[in-house]
Design a protein. Structure first.
Lengths: 350, 350, 350, 350
C-alpha cells in the first residue's frame, strides 16, 4: 500500500470549514497522499484560493458538490461535514471506499443514545458494525481493520487520553469525575455567528453548553467501556479567546492507597513509545502553547489537597489531535503507512 | 464626614502598579475624594504621566517615597504594595489614619497560617485586632468599624461571594468543593517577567500554581467561618489571554433534598438589594465581558448531571471587584459615604 | 436647560448596536440625562438585558420599534442607525426634537458627493441647512446652534483633529497627505459576518477598503474647508486585532521653513484648554491604550527624514471620541451643559 | 552535497530565543539536516525542553556555551545572537564553516553606516568580502557562493521584495517612498521587558522607533543599489497585538505614464516561478493570516487616488520569511539543496 510510486488518492467532503482547511495543511506535506477531490455545497465551482486564500496557488482541485465527485478515483475520503448530514452521505458512498468521519454521526454506538442527544433516529445504523472509534492510541487494532473510522471529538480526545488508562487499571474511581474543559474558538467553526465575533470573544471568557454539551455522551460511552460499568461525568466547556488549543482540567478520586505518582507512572508506562502522547514530569503542568499546531497531547498529574484527590491536566490542539491531525493519523493506520507521516511537526511557538 | 465642601484626602502607597492605576481611574470620578499623595519607591520623583501616560495631564501629585509622605494631610490610605512588605509599613502609619490594604498581609487571621504560606513570622500581628476582612457584602458592619480593612484577593472574592451564603444556609456540603478559576493577566502585575510576555501568553491557556496558590488559605479561612468547621477546597487557577476578568467554575455537592433552584433562590434572596452582586436567571451563565471594568459580580447556578451536583459560575473584573473597586467600596463604607459612589459604572463592552 | 431638577430626556434609535450600548454606558453616568426610549427594529419587545447582558438590571426601558416611540416625551435623540436609513427617519421626527446623528447620512454637504459614494439621491437634502458637522473642538459654535448634529466618523475624527489646524495655519501643504489608519474591530459593528469572526481576525492584520472607504470624502470635505481649495488624500484603513482603538499615522509635507516643532507648537496652542485633545511632548508618540474607553484624542508630532516631511500620530477610542463619546460631547454643547459632563473618565488600562 | 546518507550537520548559536526555536521547528522537518549543537550562554547546561517545553522529547543536544562547541563536527551554523556580539564570534569561527547570520552585524556594507547606527566601529570588517546579503530571490547567485550570508531583517524583507524590482525597472520614483510597517510582537524577542508584557500590548496599537529604527539604513542601502543613487525613505514601524506577522503598506509615486497594473505585471513577471513570493490579483490585498507560519511573501498592488500614487501591500511571517525561514532557504541555496526543502509548509489558519 505504501508504494511510493502510487499515491493514496483522498478526497475531503466539506473542505470549506476549518477542519477541512487543516486537513489540507497536513496532507499537503504528506508524501504518500494526493488530493483528488474537494467538496463544498454552497461554494461549489470556486477555486480553493477563493475560500481560503492561504490555500491558493497550490494546484488543488476546485470545489465541487458531493454529487459531482468521481468516487472511483479515490481510495479514502475524509468527511468534515456537519453532524446529522454525514450519516446518509457515508451510507451512499461506494462500499470499497474507506472513510474517516470527523463528524459525530458514528461516534455513539447505541441508537437510543444517538436519538436522545440528536433528536432523531440514526439514518445509517447498520453501518455502525463497520465503524471503529478512532482514538488511535487506545484503539489501534480497531482502526486498522475498520472501513469507517469515527474520529473522536476534540473534548473527548482531551479527556479520554488521560482517563481511560487510569480507569482500565482501576487507579481512579469511575464516580465523581469532573472535567472542566477550555477550548479555543476555532472549535465553533467558520459560520458567521454573532457570539463568535472578535468583539464578543476577545478580552473575555465564559462557560457554554453547561450541562448539555453533545460531547458528554461520547465521553461517557468510552469511559463506560474502560470502567466496565456506567459512568456519569460532570463536563463543563469554556471558551478561551484564542484560535486554537484545548486544555482539560480533570478532577478525579484515586482508589485506596493510590497516589498521584502512581497515576503518573501508569500513564507514562501506557504511553511509552507513543509518538503523540507525552506525560510531563512531576511538578510540570502542560500548556496549550506546547502543542499549538501539532498532533501532540501532553498530560500532567498533580496531587490535590482534598482526600484522595488528584488533578489531571491535558492539552491538545483542538484542530489537530482534536480533529484533522488525528484523522490523518487514523488514515495512516488504516492504510499501513507510518503513523506519524505528515503529522510529525512540532508546535509553532510563539 | 460626607461634607461636600471638605473632601476626603486619600493617598495611594504603591501607585505604579496596575491596582494603583486602577484606584486612580476610579477615585478620579469620585466626587468626595481628593488625591493627596502617590508613592512608588523606584519611580519616586517622576510625574504620574511618565509611569502611566493615560494618567498624565490630570494635576495628580508626583510620585514620592513612602518616607516623604505628609501623613497629617491624609485621611485614608490605600496600600497597593507587595505582599510581605506591607505589614511593617502599615504598622508604622499614624494611628488615626484609616487603611485599605490590597495586599495579602492582613487577610489571614491565624499567625501560624500566615507563617506556613508566607515563610516568615508576621511582623505586625498585634494590628490584626483592628482589621476587618473586606468582602463588603458579607462583612459590612466589620468594615464600617475597622481602622484597617484587609481587601480580599481576587480569587477569594470570586469564590466566596457564591459559596458563603450557601454554606451559611447549609445548602451545600463543606466537603468536596472544587474551584476551577480563570484569570486575566493583569492579576500578575506589571513586573517584567518572561512568563507574562505577550508572546508567551497570547493564543494560549494554562494552569498555574496548581495545588499551592496563596489564595487557597484565604478562601478556606472564610469558608470555615461560614461552615463552622474546617473546609478543604480544591483550587486551581488558570491564565486566560485577556487583560482583565476572572471566572470561577465551582463544583459543589448539595445537601439532601436541595436543588439548584434552591441555591439560586438563596443567593438571589441574600443579594437582593445589593448594588454590585447579581444572580443570573435559570439557564443563563454569566461571562467576564458582562463585568469588564465594573465593580459587579454576577453569579449563575446550573444543576450538574452527577448526583446532588451543582455548578456555580461567578465572574468579576479582577482589578475592580477583585481589587481596586472593592477597595473603594470599602472606603465608602468606612467613611459613611454612599457605597456605590465613584464605582457605579457599568461594564465596558466590547 | 441645565436645571438639575428636570433631567434631559433622551432616546437612542438603534440601541442594539455597539455605539448604542456605548451611548448607554456614558449616559448612565451623566447626571443631567435620563433615558426615555430605546429602539431596535428586530429586537423590539426585548428588555435591554437580553440584547446586552451588561445593561440588564438597570431599569432601562425595553426596546421598541421607532414607530412606537412617544416623541413628545423626549428632548433629544441619538441616531445610531445604519447609513442610508437614517435620513428619512430624521426627516420624520418632530421639528422641536434635537438630534445627534451617528450615521454618515448628514455628514456630506454636497448632494452630488453623497450620491457618488452612497449610490442614491439623498432623501432629506433640505434638512442639511439645520445640520452642523460635529467635530466639537473645531465647530463648537455650529454645534451649539444646530438642531441636527452630524457626528463625525471615527477615521475623520482621528485625521481631522491633527490636520485641520495645520492646514488653517498654512503650516503644511494640502497636497500629498497620506493617512495610514488602523482601527479596532468594533468599528465593524455587531452584525454576524464571517470576516469579523474571532478566528478570522485574531493573530492577524490586514488592510481593507483600500482606495474606496466611505470616510474618505468626509475627510476631504473638511480639509477642503481648512485649505480653501480641493484636497485629495491617500487614505488606507487597516484592521487591528483589538476591540477598541484607532491610530492614524499621517504623513505630511511642511511648508517652507516650517519644522516639526512648529507643528507641535501650533497644535499645542490650538488645543490649549481643550479637555479632550492633548499633544504629547517631543519624543513621545501616543498609543491607543492611553485613550481606551475615554473621550480623549492624543496627538504626537515627529520629524521625518525625508525633505520637509513630518509624521503626525493621533489616537482615539473609535467608540468614544470616534462615536458615542463625541455624540455626548455634542449633546452637552447643544444643551448648554458642561462639555465634559458624563464623559470625563480616564482611560481603562490595562 | 545532497547525499541522503550523510546529513548536513548544523549548529544554532543562540538557540534560546524565538528565532532559534523557529529554526528548530523548521530544521526538524528538513530531511537533509541534523542538529549538531545548540548554544545559549546563560542557559548552558540545560536540556532544550527546559527552555522551550515544546522542543523537549526530541533527542536534541543540550544547550552549551559557544566556547564548548566542537566546530569540526559542523558544516554550517546559524547565528541567532544579539546585534553587536555576533561579529567577533563569526570572526572566530573556523574558516571552512559556512554561516547564516540572522543578526544585523553583516548587513550594512559601509563601515561608516554601521558606526552611525550602532555606535561603535565594526570589529570584523574584513569578513565583509565573504558576505552576501541574503534576500534570496534577489541575490541567489551571491548567496550560493558566499561563506557568510547576512540574513535580512524582517522589515527590510517585507519592504524590499516589493520595491526592488520596481526601482530596477524604473517604474517608480526613488524619492518619497513611505513605508508604514506593522509587526507582531515576536520581533521584540524573548527578553523580559515591561513594554512587551501581555497587559501592555494586548488590546492596543502603537508606533515605535519612529524616525530612528535600525532597519532603515538596511532598507536604504539595498534600494540605493536598485535605484543607482541614494534613496531616503520614510519608515515607521508599529506594534500589532499578535504573535507573528508583518504587513508593510508602502506608498510610492509611479514614473510618468506608469499604472498600478504595470507595477503588478512587473512584480508578477519578476516573481514568476518563485515558490515563496506571490502577487495577488487586482482587487485583492494580502493579509498576514495568509502567510502565518509559512515562508511566503504575498504582495498586492492598489492604485491610489493621489496623482501617480500607488500602494503596495506586502505580508510575511516575521519569524519565517522575515528570519528563520529565509535563513533555511539561504542554507538550502548555499548547499545546493532543493530551495524549498523543509520550508514548504502552507500557512496555519486559523
Amino acid at each position: 500500500m505504501a508504494d511510493v510510486t502510487t499515491k493514496i488518492r483522498t478526497g475531503i467532503l466539506g473542505a470549506s470549514g476549518y477542519t477541512g482547511a487543516e486537513l489540507l495543511r497536513l496532507l499537503l506535506r504528506h508524501p504518500a497522499v494526493e488530493i483528488g477531490a474537494l467538496t463544498a455545497e454552497r461554494q461549489a465551482g470556486k477555486p480553493m484560493g477563493e475560500v481560503f486564500p492561504h490555500l491558493g496557488r497550490l494546484g488543488l482541485p476546485d470545489l465541487v458538490k458531493i454529487e459531482d465527485v468521481s468516487w472511483d478515483k479515490l481510495d479514502l475520503v475524509f468527511c468534515a461535514l456537519p453532524h446529522g448530514t454525514t450519516q446518509e452521505i457515508v451510507a451512499g458512498l461506494p462500499r470499497n471506499l474507506r472513510v474517516v468521519d470527523l463528524s459525530a454521526d458514528f461516534r455513539l454506538t447505541e441508537p437510543e443514545e444517538y436519538k436522545t442527544w440528536y433528536g432523531h433516529e440514526h439514518r445509517a445504523q447498520d453501518l455502525q458494525k463497520e465503524v471503529a472509534y478512532g482514538l488511535t492510541e487506545l484503539n489501534r487494532q480497531g482502526v486498522r481493520k475498520a472501513r469507517v473510522v469515527a474520529n473522536p471529538g476534540c473534548y473527548p480526545t482531551s479527556a479520554l487520553l488521560p482517563l481511560m488508562p487510569l480507569l482500565l487499571d482501576n487507579l481512579i474511581e469511575p464516580g465523581g469525575i469532573i472535567i472542566d474543559a477550555k477550548s479555543g474558538v476555532s472549535g465553533a467553526g467558520r459560520d458567521a455567528k454573532q457570539a463568535n465575533l472578535f468583539t464578543e470573544v476577545s478580552e473575555g471568557f465564559n462557560a457554554y453548553g453547561v450541562g448539555h454539551h453533545r460531547h458528554m455522551p461520547e465521553i461517557e460511552q468510552e469511559l463506560r467501556l474502560a470502567a466496565g460499568r456506567p459512568v456519569t461525568v460532570s463536563f463543563t466547556p469554556h471558551l478561551v479567546p484564542m484560535n486554537r488549543g484545548m486544555l482539560a482540567t480533570i478532577y478525579v478520586k484515586m482508589a485506596d492507597g493510590v497516589t498521584a505518582d502512581d497515576l503518573r507512572a501508569a500513564l507514562t508506562a501506557r504511553y511509552e513509545g507513543e509518538a503523540f502522547v507525552g506525560v510531563t514530569p512531576a511538578g510540570v503542568v502542560p500548556a496549550t502553547r506546547h502543542v499549538r499546531g501539532s498532533n501532540h497531547c501532553l498530560i500532567g498529574v498533580v496531587p490535590d489537597r482534598t482526600p484522595r484527590g488528584a488533578i489531571l491536566v491535558s492539552v491538545i490542539d483542538n484542530l489537530v489531535k482534536g480533529a484533522s491531525g488525528q484523522a490523518v493519523q487514523n488514515m495512516n493506520v488504516m492504510l499501513g503507512l507510518g503513523e506519524t507521516t505528515g503529522i510529525d511537526g512540532v508546535a509553532m511557538f510563539p
